[in-house]
Design a protein around this ligand. Sequence first.
Ligand code: MF3
Ligand code: CO
Ligand code: CO
Length: 289
Amino acid sequence: MMLKRNDLCWCKSGLKYKKCHLEFDKKLSDLKRKGYIVPGKKLIKTKEQIEGIKKSAEINNGLLDLISENIKEGMTTEEIDKLTYDYTISKGGIPADLNYDGFPKSICVSINNEVCHGIPSNDVILKNGDIVNIDATSILNGYYSDASRMFMIGEVNEEAKNLVKVAKECLNKGLEEVKPWGFLGDIGAAIQEHAESNGYSVVREFGGHGVGLDIHEDPFVFHFGKRGTDMVLAPGMVFTIEPMINAGSHEIFIDENNGWTALTADGSLSAQWEHTVLVTEEGVEVISK
Ligand code: MF3
Ligand code: CO
Ligand code: CO
């Protein structure tokens, strides 16, 4: 359908097309004609959708805050799962992980050499010196938000501490690259440069992703790559950046006992931080704060 200048904009702002997304659409179709990869309409969130995603993120952020207040040595990861389920339901939300593609629990808890998708269990007890990634995804009124943080249990050695710190810096380096009409490839390039200059490696098999109306949407957000490549970023896009940084080689394997948990191939430590971000007219807004 071709909108006319005086029609109402497709984004449901209530404004005429010419006063709203007309210039925006022209810019994207120009770029597309020149050969750039541009986001389709489905990847541009409306104001209403952005509000919904932000409300969902309030629960998700609250959950991670609650976990950070309660996490401690001696706790089982099953207890973290229960905290997640109870808190999310009490706020009117749904843990997005639960039953996602058969995932059996409400949250991912990945310890030390586990890269991601660690499954909470009564048999896994947090111990002194562990570094732990907690990755939470929440649904509220059909809107999704996704974030993860690292936690250090008791006394953690300097090597592990440094990995956790550099992994967070990698996320921040990625965030700094997010700007309208920039490139998705700039994010991965900045992350890879920072990880590798610190002697670490970037996991290849998992990336960030569009998020909001579903848990995983396009685009796939690489955490390595080249500047000036991949999709052009436009205001209204919502996606995650979630670099998984290994102390040793970037290679991983999947635990065949559960079919989910990714582990480092060489047994080295892995750390990850994740934010959900919105591309704005001015730059970036971190939604998962
Ligand atoms: N939160 C994860 C992500 O960042 C998704 C977890 S899906 C699950 O994409 F099934 F493993 F829980
Ligand atoms: Co996540
Ligand atoms: Co994610």
